[in-house]
Design a protein around this ligand. Structure first.
Ligand SMILES: [Zn+2]
Ligand SMILES: [Zn+2]
Length: 87
């Protein structure tokens, strides 16, 4: 079965780097209760910035790709968020 679309601090994911002006592999620094990356650090230039919604070089439309990425994350992770609140 496919892994859930969540992230944890220390994981690597691809995101658009404003400093590099291209897609780079980033290390996740902060995630919210839904497992959505909030802040990432570029593995290439080491700049730290807000997560920008994933790689965009191969996306036909930036606005459409943002919607496509965000909605499944929110839907999948409600149980994770509840567990964190209880602890
Ligand atoms: Zn970056
Ligand atoms: Zn960079």
């Amino acid at each position: 079965m496919p892994p859930p679309r969540t992230s944890r601090a220390g994981e690597s994911l691809e995101d658009f780097c404003r400093a590099c002006k291209t897609d780079r592999l980033h290390t996740v620094i902060v995630v919210d209760a839904n497992g959505t990356p909030i802040r990432v650090a570029c593995g290439y230039c080491h700049s730290e910035h807000n997560y920008r919604g994933g790689p965009r070089i191969d996306a036909p439309s930036a606005a459409r790709s943002t919607l496509r990425v965000i909605s499944p994350v929110v839907a999948v992770c409600s149980s994770t968020a509840a567990a964190i609140v209880v602890v």
